[in-house]
Every structure is written in structure tokens, then in C-alpha cells.
Design a binder for this molecule. Structure first.
Ligand code: SAH
Length: 213
């Protein structure tokens, strides 16, 4: 598992592309500049790791496009020590970005194969989430709530109420909502009962897997 000057050069180019698309959060850009995305991909795609594209990972899932990761991470407004819940650990790339930004990260994955594989992989790279959980993201993580931010990295058919309920006042939920195409949606909790809602651009994610009973 090597990271070379060549990879660093490609990452710097990728960061320029992401800046050109409008991302300004320094912590996000520094995270993308430092994380070896080529190691998060299947080796057959490793040569393309620094193109701004999504790629297949195990279990019919995808590693999100770097711009999408950057955009969602920026919307979360992560501060050092922010407590963040991620739904959909997948390859662990988004998890690593949040950790690198200084967040305390809890991440839930619904598929056991990915959960196991990514847990070992993040350990190997020395990224330390607070917890990786094998479970159902629709329920959030009530035992660790409330969170400063919650990020959903699969297309949600609707906004799960437990996720809104598990935000701190002032906390943010970033969630792509829709079936074939998703609208990136940002909720900011204004008070116990009030949420501000912002509908942002269109994105395409793999669909969130159904709720478990
Ligand atoms: N953040 C990931 C994106 C992975 S794609 C990355 O950077 O690679 C979306 C992931 O969400 C998949 O791994 C999928 O298995 C997972 N997922 C889908 N439905 C889920 C659910 N209900 N609860 C938790 N994870 C889910």
C-alpha cells in the first residue's frame, strides 16, 4: 500500500478541480489533499482514483465522487471535535475525510461484508473513527445522540425522522433525497421543534437499502 509523489501530484490537481466547482472550506480541501483515495478503490480502478468520479466498490456499492464528498462535508460545517454521524460507511473514504477534518465520527453500514472489510482497512491506514457500527441507518444512533452533524451517503427515499430527532440545536443533517435522482437537502435544527430546510443541487447516489424491522 504505497503513496507516492505522483499520487500527491494527482491529488493536488483533484483539489484544484474541486475548488473550481465551488468548494472553499479549507479543512475539506486539506483532507482531500492528504487522503490516499487510490487505496480505497479496487486495484483495477486505482489508476483513475484522482479523477473526479464515483467508482464501484464491493457489494454493488460505490465510493462517492470526490466533489460530492467535498460538497457534503462542507455543508456539515465541521469544527474540530464536532460529533458527526455518517450513514453508509462504504469504502470509508468519507469517514476518513471527516476524521481528517477533526470530527469525532460514528459511521453505520448496513452490509456486513463492507462493514468488516472497511473496519480492517481503516485500522490499517490508522484512521480512527469513534465507532463503526453494523446496523440500520434509518434509525440513526440514539445511544450516542445528539450530533452536531449527520451525513447520509446513499439516496434516501424519504427523510428518516430519527435522524432529525438526533440533531443538537444548531446541528445539521445533509441528506440526498429522492429515488432516481436526489436533491441534496440540508436541514438545520433551529429549536426543539423547528428545522430550516435548504434544497440544493441534484445528485445521483446508490439507493439507501430498506429499513430493517
Ligand atoms: N460514504 C461511502 C459511500 C458508500 S455508498 C464512501 O465514501 O465510500 C452508500 C453506502 O451506504 C453503501 O456502503 C451501502 O451499503 C450503505 N447503506 C445503504 N443503506 C443503508 C442503511 N439503511 N443503513 C446504513 N448503511 C446503508
Amino acid at each position: 500500500m504505497k503513496d507516492t509523489h505522483k499520487h500527491q501530484g494527482l491529488r493536488n490537481q483533484l483539489v484544484k478541480t474541486i475548488i473550481a466547482k465551488g468548494v472553499t472550506d479549507k479543512k475539506v480541501l486539506e483532507a482531500i489533499a492528504s487522503i490516499p483515495r487510490h487505496l480505497f478503490l479496487d486495484s483495477s480502478f486505482a489508476d483513475f482514483a484522482y479523477q473526479d468520479k464515483a467508482f464501484p466498490i464491493a457489494a454493488d456499492q460505490t465510493i462517492s465522487q470526490p466533489f460530492t464528498v467535498a460538497y457534503q462535508s462542507e455543508l456539515l460545517k465541521v469544527e474540530k471535535g464536532s460529533k458527526i454521524l455518517e450513514i453508509g460507511t462504504g469504502s470509508g473514504y468519507q469517514t476518513a475525510v471527516l476524521i481528517e477534518m477533526g470530527a469525532k465520527v460514528f459511521s453505520i453500514e448496513r452490509q456486513q461484508e463492507l462493514f468488516r472489510k472497511t473496519k480492517l482497512f481503516l485500522q490499517k491506514l490508522n484512521y480512527k473513527p469513534k465507532a463503526l457500527i453494523f446496523g440500520d441507518g434509518y434509525k440513526g444512533l440514539p445511544t450516542e445522540a445528539p450530533f452536531d452533524g449527520i451525513i447520509v451517503t446513499a439516496g434516501a427515499p424519504f427523510v428518516p425522522n430519527p435522524l432529525l430527532a438526533q440533531l443538537k440545536i444548531g446541528g445539521r443533517l445533509v441528506i440526498p433525497v429522492g429515488d432516481d435522482v436526489q436533491t441534496m437537502t440540508l436541514f438545520i435544527r433551529k429549536s426543539e421543534k423547528d428545522f430550516e430546510k435548504h434544497e440544493l443541487g441534484d445528485f445521483r447516489f446508490v439507493p439507501m437499502l430498506k429499513e430493517k424491522n
